[in-house]
Design a protein around this ligand. Structure first.
Ligand code: 7PJ
Length: 283
């Protein structure tokens, strides 16, 4: 009898993600660029062209984010966030063959972008905002739950753990239980250790090293380390010189079983993933 591994196929709206493989998720920020004097339409066109380039380079997901999670970033109203994100979600959905992930913690943005064709909710706050659990449940979409303590504004104020990997695992298990309580089943969940969120360099490195322990939760892992300060600190590199460190971490995460790599540099990361797959499929 052939066994159908249905659990490796994750429905994401009108598309399906095959979790037997490692996927590259391209980052598309639609936070306003203070150096750009382009109008609304040219910005939308530029974002669409960037998304298209990432799809051509091999991204199977595009992560659209309209709220900066940088420490000290200005708070954005739900309406402002929706006005940034909705037009690009609509255009990508109409014009590109890709799964749209929406990087949001805002219930109204979850509901509206799901209606416009988004396939995945990516919430760095793990659905902890008021109404987010219910909104995510109502969409029927899969959800990426990420570990973070506090809020982006204060998360780097002296984060402390006894055992970072264990505590991240406990946090994610608790958020999975909250999801189950509103009818989001485990089969619809992706988990993310949350590199760079409420963690020192040593926390990030230890969590990365012991990432496999999170497989005990039984759900696919998403890893986002692209250009982050853990690379900058480990290698003493400014943000523009973190590609090689990021590719090393992408390779390592893939070998450790991460299924989605969230990156800025899609073409380079796709080569890493394909090279690993070529070796792993050899006799
Ligand atoms: C992450 C994210 C991450 C997930 C950001 C940045 C900061 N979503 N959104 N995981 N990071 N799931 O890209 O540097 O690591 S925004």
């Amino acid at each position: 009898m052939t066994s159908v591994q249905s659990s490796t196929r994750l429905p994401c709206g009108n598309r399906v993600l095959d979790l037997a493989q490692t996927h590259v998720m391209g980052i598309l920020n639609v936070t306003p660029d203070s150096f750009s004097d382009g109008g609304r339409y040219s910005q939308l066109d530029a974002a669409l062209r960037h998304a298209e380039a990432m799809v051509v380079a091999g991204a199977t997901l595009i992560d659209v984010g309209g709220e900066s999670t940088r420490p000290g970033a200005r708070a954005v109203s739900p309406l402002e966030e929706l006005e940034r994100v909705a037009p690009i979600v609509e255009r990508i959905c109409r014009e590109l063959d890709v799964i749209i992930s929406v990087d949001t913690s805002t219930p109204a943005v979850m509901r509206e972008t799901a209606r416009l064709g988004a396939g995945l909710i990516n919430d760095v706050r793990s659905l902890r905002r008021d109404g987010a659990l219910d909104a995510a449940a109502a969409t029927g979409l899969p959800v990426c739950l990420m570990h973070m303590l506090g809020e982006p504004g204060d998360m780097q104020d002296n984060p402390q753990y006894q055992d970072v990997t264990k505590e991240v695992g406990e946090f994610l298990a608790e958020r999975m239980a909250q999801c189950a309580s509103v009818g989001i089943p485990a089969e619809r969940i992706i988990l993310d250790p949350g590199f760079g969120f409420a963690k020192t360099l040593q926390h990030n490195l230890s969590l990365f090293k012991h990432m496999e322990a999170l497989h005990a939760l039984g759900r696919p892992l998403l890893v986002g380390v692209s250009r982050k300060s853990m690379i900058g600190q480990a290698l003493n590199r400014p943000v523009g010189e973190r590609l090689h460190g990021g590719l090393a971490l992408a390779a390592l995460a893939s070998v450790k079983g991460a299924r989605i790599l969230r990156v800025h540099d899609v073409a380079e990361t796709v080569d890493v993933v394909r090279m690993i797959a070529a070796v792993e499929s050899a006799e």
